[in-house]
Design a protein around this ligand. Structure first.
Ligand code: NAP
Length: 244
């Protein structure tokens, strides 16, 4: 092992929310492995993370690649003690026009990847009797958006998965929580139609879109010792767009 810090793994750290989470966790004292889907993205990420981080290539749809990445991290940096399942895309369409491929892709990238990654890191966390699994959900798991049946179902699944795993792993001091962002200014929300963007931002009590750092702060809290008695919950960070 080449470093002493606890290791955090953040998927989809090349931009948007994941990039802010990765930088925040470095500030919090972790060694952060962040992932991108391309070699060039991983190289840029390594440069951005500096001496306390590393950028790696990962497509979360590839189970063998997940295994290989976590083995590589364990060998070179130490066990993954904080896992942030953040990688994600949208493939929006009304259900009548939604292809089965678009349904499967969203369920694989969001929900199945969370199953695979969480399962793969549990051994190391169990041994350490410490672990934080933080899954990035979405307000749309609670608040309906037309055209997002695939994405909403995947995000609701992530939250239910997190509660079940929280019960299973609590006795080992491994916490499992979700953060449900509202409307955050990233490339993902730039893809939404102007009409949906306006409709959503008009409903935000705080009257502005969120920033990636707003989500990074919530993740930082859940990863910290201050949140050691919080598990199986959903932390809503949405400026009052939806009040649970
Ligand atoms: P983003 O800016 O579009 O970034 C997406 C990230 O996921 C990128 O790092 C991308 O890597 C990575 N990624 C995409 N497909 C992947 C795959 N198959 N395997 C591994 N990584 C993959 O998205 P974002 O807005 O930051 O969203 C981050 C998370 O927050 C997602 O889970 C999203 O559902 C959730 N969320 C976002 C909002 C919002 O308003 N933005 C609201 C609620 C929830 P590359 O750069 O290599 O493509």
């Amino acid at each position: 092992m080449t470093q002493e810090r606890k290791v955090a793994l953040v998927t989809g750290a090349s931009r948007g929310i994941g990039a802010a989470i990765a930088q925040q966790l470095i500030q919090d004292g972790y060694f952060v492995v962040g992932t991108a889907t391309s070699e060039s993205g991983a190289e840029k990420l390594s440069a951005a993370l500096g001496e306390h981080g590393a950028g790696k290539v990962l497509d979360v749809r590839d189970g063998a690649a997940i295994d290989a990445l976590v083995s590589d991290i364990e060998q070179n940096y130490g066990p993954v003690l904080v896992l942030v399942n953040n990688a994600g895309i949208t493939k929006d369409n009304l259900l009548l026009r939604m292809s089965e491929d678009d349904w499967d892709d969203i369920l694989n990238i969001h929900l199945k990847a969370v199953y695979r990654l969480s399962k793969r890191v549990l051994k190391g966390m169990t041994k350490a009797r410490f672990g934080r699994i933080i899954n990035i959900s979405s307000v749309v798991a609670h608040f309906a958006n037309p055209g997002q049946a695939n994405y909403s179902a995947a995000k609701a699944g992530i939250e239910a998965f997190s509660r079940s795993l929280a019960k299973e792993m609590g006795s080992r001091q491994i916490t499992v929580n979700s953060v449900a962002p509202g409307f955050i200014a990233t490339e993902m929300t730039e893809q939404l139609s102007e009409e949906i963007r306006k409709k959503m931002s008009d409903q935000v009590a705080l009257g502005r879109l969120g920033a990636p750092q707003d989500i990074a702060d919530a993740v930082s809290f859940l990863a910290s010792d201050k949140a050691s008695y919080i598990t199986g919950t959903v932390l809503h960070v949405n400026g009052g767009l939806y009040m649970a």
